[in-house]
Design a protein around this ligand. Structure first.
Ligand code: FAD
Length: 150
């Protein structure tokens, strides 16, 4: 998502992924239908976060569940609201959304690298990656770590 926003704003972006393909957990989430968000009004939605709702309020105001739905629809995701009020892609899986998302990133000039595992920083502050061709260092102006649970 960060790569999408930054590259759309004309920044030069590279994404490094240690696995052979992108979005494996996202695809796994899709097996359960991929519940993207909920359709309830923002006030009620925000209450679901309990004590964290105050911290999250400005973020959800800037990018609301409706914005998320519009984002998925913009990628051809075609969302619908289920009986429970939860929002899903019509196809009930993540793969078409992921394919369209990666194609958009490539179209926006994002360099997508797989089998590239970030190891940490070198003594002089470069990012260090292990790749199939050996160790590689990179010096971006800005680094966003989006490592999931790691
Ligand atoms: C079975 C299942 C069902 C789910 N269902 C839903 C659902 O319906 N709705 C929903 O919203 N969420 C669902 N989720 C949760 C959702 O999949 C996660 O919240 C989401 O994938 C987290 O995204 P992320 O980018 O933070 O982390 P991840 O998806 O884990 O992505 C992090 C990436 O970083 C890479 N990485 C890690 N360390 C390094 C490194 N050192 N160098 C390079 N790359 C590295 C990983 O390989 C991974 O590809 C589900 C999850 C599971 C497992």
């Amino acid at each position: 998502m960060a790569a999408d926003v930054l590259s759309a704003a004309g920044r030069s972006v590279s994404v490094f992924e240690k696995m052979p393909t992108f979005g494996r957990k996202f695809l796994m989430a899709g097996r359960g239908g991929l519940n993207l968000t909920h359709s309830e009004d923002l006030e009620r939605f925000l209450q679901r976060y309990g004590a964290a709702s105050r911290v999250l309020a400005p973020m959800l105001a800037a990018f609301s569940p409706a914005d998320l739905r519009a984002w998925a629809d913009g990628l051809g995701g075609q969302t619908f609201v289920g009986a429970s009020g939860r929002v899903f892609p019509k196809v009930m899986k993540a793969s078409p959304l992921l394919r369209a998302w990666l194609a958009r990133l490539e179209g926006q000039g994002v360099l997508l690298r797989t089998r590239t595992e970030w190891q940490g920083w070198t003594a002089d502050g470069a990012l260090s990656f292990v790749t199939p061709d050996g160790v590689e260092t990179v010096r971006p102006r800005l680094t966003i770590l989006a490592l999931g649970g790691a």
